[in-house]
Each structure stands twice: as C-alpha cells, then as structure tokens.
Design a protein around this ligand. Structure first.
Ligand SMILES: [Zn+2]
Length: 103
C-alpha cells in the first residue's frame, strides 16, 4: 500500500457529478487515501474507491462539514439564551423625574 501521495490523481466516484471522474488526493491517513477532490467540480469528499452505489452521506453533508468546521474554527456553537432576563428592579427611566404636584 501507500501507493498514493497528496496531490496524486486517481479515479473515484464523485457524489456531485454522479460520475467516475479524476480526483486529486487531498488527505491520506496511515498510507490510505482518505479524502479526494473532484477535478471536475472541486467537490471534496471521502475516498470511496470508485464505488458510488452506497449512499452513506447526505447530499449536503460535505457542505455541512465545511460549515461546521468554519463555525468550530471561530468558536463552539453556543446556544444563545432566548429567555429574557427578569428585571428585579425598575429601570431608572421608568421613574418620573419630577414628582407630581397636587394642584
Ligand atoms: Zn465532481
């Protein structure tokens, strides 16, 4: 094994083209091709050894992965609390500045 190097060209099934197209190796893990990029549409996906019959991933999974990685790069997705904070005291703007004088 270990026949491939980064940037090498190989044939694989592109999930976007739905074709067997030329791909570039973009990721190798333990001498095995992990990820490839389609040279036709630049779609990056896991190397599937030319087999496109099995649908393990969703349509937008690659895009979601990129999106998730971008979000993870900034900060972890923290849910913003939507519940308003309870006011314990009245804000000063609600109190009348001038006391009302009896006529
Ligand atoms: Zn493609």
């Amino acid at each position: 094994m270990g026949a491939f190097r980064l940037g090498d060209e190989l044939d694989d099934y592109c999930t976007r083209c739905h074709l067997l197209t030329n791909h570039s190796v973009v990721a190798i893990v333990e001498d095995a091709v992990k990820k490839v990029r389609c040279r036709t549409c630049n779609h990056e996906h896991d190397y599937r050894q030319g087999q496109g019959g099995q649908k393990k991933t969703k349509k937008a999974s690659a895009y979601e992965q990129v999106l998730a990685s971008v979000l993870a790069g900034k900060e972890k997705e923290a849910p913003v609390p939507a519940a308003p904070v309870r006011r314990r005291t009245r804000p000063a703007s609600l109190t009348p500045r001038r006391p009302m004088r009896p006529r």
